[in-house]
Design a protein around this ligand. Sequence first.
Ligand SMILES: O=C(O)c1ccccc1NCC(=O)[C@H](O)[C@H](O)COP(=O)(O)O
Length: 213
Amino acid sequence: MPVKAKICGINHPEALTAAASGGARYIGLVFFAKSPRNVSLPLAAELARTVPTGVRTVGLFVDPTDAFLDRALAQVPLDLIQLHGDETPERVAGIRAAHRVPVMKALKVETAADLDAASAYEPVADMLLFDAKPPKGSALPGGNGVAFDWTLLTGRHWSKPWMLSGGLTPETVADAIRISGAASVDVSSGVEDRPGHKDPALIHAFLNAVRGA
Ligand SMILES: O=C(O)c1ccccc1NCC(=O)[C@H](O)[C@H](O)COP(=O)(O)O
């Protein structure tokens, strides 16, 4: 089974074209004002309209209110809601029920105990995403280009599909897949030529590396 890839933080049409033509299965739109990858709802709607069939559009939110989710979903056709804040299992279940869109919960990993804690989300989320803990003082809960110890995932099983993310690059992704056993991977800063700006050539290099893994 080919490994699936998500390119997160798409904010211009050339990046979207590179992701889709290179074989990404998911593209991520970041709705978080402090992020250099943040997109307005009108820009997100414009980008989402051009996402080809077969590529799923993921909306990334950090502790969103229901009102903001309502506004986003009314304007942008999202296939998946990614929750990247401190949402509890109860809140994840509530969002999924209220908005009727599948939910992927991002979990911040540094130690095996963080993975143990992730099991509370298995019954309520449709997918899990394992990302590194942000460095102390970071303004961003994700997209920091930091990796965690992939061996923590070796041999672990989850009842829901999961993605590996955190500090992946075209150079490291094949090892990350081999060590962690990931069937899906997610990248943001590893395919950028400057903070918040995706480089089409790096997107292609990453997707080629995933395909070769
Ligand atoms: O990317 C952001 O700016 C961001 C902001 C706030 C919350 C999450 C964010 N990104 C989440 C992602 O899904 C990233 O792809 C993931 O953290 C990996 O990022 P990177 O280590 O830069 O590849």
